[in-house]
Design a protein around this ligand. Structure first.
Ligand code: MLC
Ligand code: AMP
Length: 505
């Protein structure tokens, strides 16, 4: 069999009539229809001149059509490049300029606004995902034949590029292969016991690893179904629980569910599995959830560059605050951050790993790629942790300056650069502070350049012209000066301590 992920998906499908996608309207798309429609989309891409290895960038609201496009890219051997819907035109222009997609797909409402910035970087082919005009992806695909011969690929061929920000400089495109996705999803089906009987409550966005690969690929390889909600909203989730068997979410999902009085043991009764990841799940929420529902959340740990790395066990203790054991086929270790030398059980170091899940490198950035691999091939995650006396991996901190807000990553350097470019500010430090809903909240501590007082809202508005909303600091606090150590480095730890209670109720 070829290394094309789609071939593995197709061979695992039991019956063509089995349900794949259940939309909130009740419309159900079967696996047979999924194969036929993805074939039409693949034919449409080919007709638009998209060839094997070409990038297809997509910034569109969550919809079934995005999945057909993702599957069509797999089938054609094109590289799927999903983008957060919150990204501004300026951010999109950077990604498109870097990845040079041959096609950009967006929502009908954003088409006009994106045309000019994309044309400015030489990208001419831009289409709406759906629109009544006959030019959209959906309309072009509707007139195409369903038969499409899935490309015979090597597992090492690229399936997707996902952009992740860096501690310095611009975002990097993580190159993910068919085998990365296939091996990881097969392992997850196995360890989480997914089967054709499952209905996954899908409330995550589908432009990141979690909602696209972990959720969708795992369900497809098991031949199960997805209840496909447009986004996470507590009421929608509460009313879907009785029709589902499993849910994957970021910690904010569980925090919000627990805050709702209607989330009861009875409501959760039908569910066999609740999985959390993308950000730390506090032991407090873990315990509260078990007390409320009688079920223990299964926490796992992953990264865009590696897909899933570790998971708590399905059977056996799902430990609060621990992320479990390496997935089958993955070897992980705790290493000295400076030397890469393996550390003893119990010692804190950086988490490093090897396996078929580890990405191929950063798009057109060989130096950045080299920086994240040891000489022996281990990938350096930048997450700090230790292995406890029962062998569970536990994350204790980060060796990278990163904030995770509601499961979305924000790199302080990017926000600090934007703040420092504003005339009103002479210097800034962006930190993550504990937040009851988002886990961490992006917070800016700034020093005025002396041209009058700092207007918090004006600064937030200025930033919002170019930066996605989730990156905008919730608060901007002005100080006379920033604390520095003897080397002149800003002491962010001191700021985190001083303002720790800022968002506490
Ligand atoms: C939305 N906002 C956020 C935000 N999401 N701000 C900070 N952090 C976030 N994550 C903004 C909105 O634009 C809005 O701004 C305001 O906050 C309030 O919005 P909301 O209605 O409360 O937010 P909501 O739309 O409900 O979204 C929150 C959320 C969502 C948690 C449901 O962010 C989400 O689905 N997160 C999941 C992200 C994810 O999939 N991560 C996986 C990455 S992969 P305003 O100004 O209009 O009020 C990965 C690897 C791995 O990490 O291991 O999985
Ligand atoms: P991303 O770059 O969006 O893929 O985010 C990956 C990062 O999310 C990891 O490097 C971790 O810092 C964090 N992460 C993912 N899962 C967990 C988890 N269960 N607990 C703590 N951090 C996590």
């Amino acid at each position: 069999m070829s290394g094309n992920l789609f071939d593995t998906i197709e061979t695992g499908i039991g019956s063509a009539g089995a349900p794949f996608l259940i939309e909130p309207s009740g419309r159900t798309v079967s696996y047979g229809e999924m194969i036929a429609t993805s074939g039409q989309y693949a034919n449409a891409l080919a007709q638009m001149g998209v060839a094997r290895g070409d990038r297809v960038a997509v910034q569109a609201r969550k919809c079934a059509e995005c999945l057909w496009l993702y599957l069509a890219c797999l089938r054609l051997g094109a590289v799927y490049l999903p983008l957060n819907t919150a990204y501004t035109a300026a951010e999109i222009a950077y990604f498109a300029g870097d990845a040079e997609p041959s096609l950009f797909v967006c929502d009908a409402e954003t088409l006009d606004g994106l045309r000019q910035p994309l044309a400015a970087i030489g990208l001419r082919q831009i289409r709406a995902i759906t629109a009544p005009d006959g030019e959209s992806m959906q309309s072009v695909a509707a007139d195409m034949p369903e038969e499409f011969e899935t490309a015979n690929l090597s597992g090492d061929d690229l399936a997707a590029i996902l952009y992740t920000s860096g501690t310095t400089g611009r975002s990097k495109g993580a190159m993910i292969t068919h085998e990365n996705l296939r091996s990881n999803a097969l392992a997850l089906v196995d360890i989480w016991r997914f089967s054709a009987a499952d209905v996954l409550l899908h409330a995550l966005p589908i432009y990141h690893t979690h909602g696209l690969f972990v959720a969708t690929n795992t369900v497809m390889l098991a031949g199960g179904a997805m209840l496909f909600l447009p986004k996470f909203d507590v009421d929608g989730v509460l009313s879907s629980l009785s029709k589902s068997t499993a849910m994957m979410g970021v910690p904010t999902f569980y925090i919000r569910l627990l805050a709702h009085p209607d989330f009861t043991r009875q409501r959760a009764e039908h569910m066999r599995l609740f999985i959390s990841g993308s950000a730390p799940l506090s032991a407090e929420i873990h315990r509260e959830f078990t007390a409320r529902t009688g079920k223990a959340i299964l926490e796992r740990y992953g990264m865009t560059e590696t897909n899933m790395i570790t998971s708590n066990p399905y059977d056996g203790k799902r430990k609060p605050s621990a992320v479990g054991f390496p997935l089958p086929g993955v070897t992980a270790r705790i290493a000295d951050p400076e030397t890469g030398k393996g550390l003893q059980q119990g010692e804190i170091g950086v988490i490093e790993l090897k396996g078929p899940n580890v990405f191929k490198g950063y798009w057109r950035m060989p130096e950045k790629t080299a920086e994240v691999f040891r000489n022996d091939g281990h990938f350096i995650t930048g997450d700090l942790g230790y292995i406890d006396d029962e062998g569970y991996f536990t994350i204790s901190g980060r060796d990278k300056d990163l904030i995770i807000s509601g499961g979305l990553n924000v790199y302080p350097a990017e926000i600090e650069n934007a703040l420092d470019a504003l005339g009103a500010i002479s210097e800034s430090a962006v930190i993550g502070l504990p937040h009851p809903d988002f886990g961490e909240a992006v917070t800016a501590i700034v020093v005025s350049s002396g041209n009058g007082p700092i207007d918090e809202q004006a600064i937030r508005d200025d930033l919002a012209a170019d930066l996605a909303k989730f990156k905008i600091p919730r608060r901007v606090i002005a100080l006379e000066s920033l604390p520095r150590n003897t080397m002149g480095k800003i002491q962010k730890n001191r700021l985190r301590e001083e303002f720790a209670g800022l968002y506490q109720p």
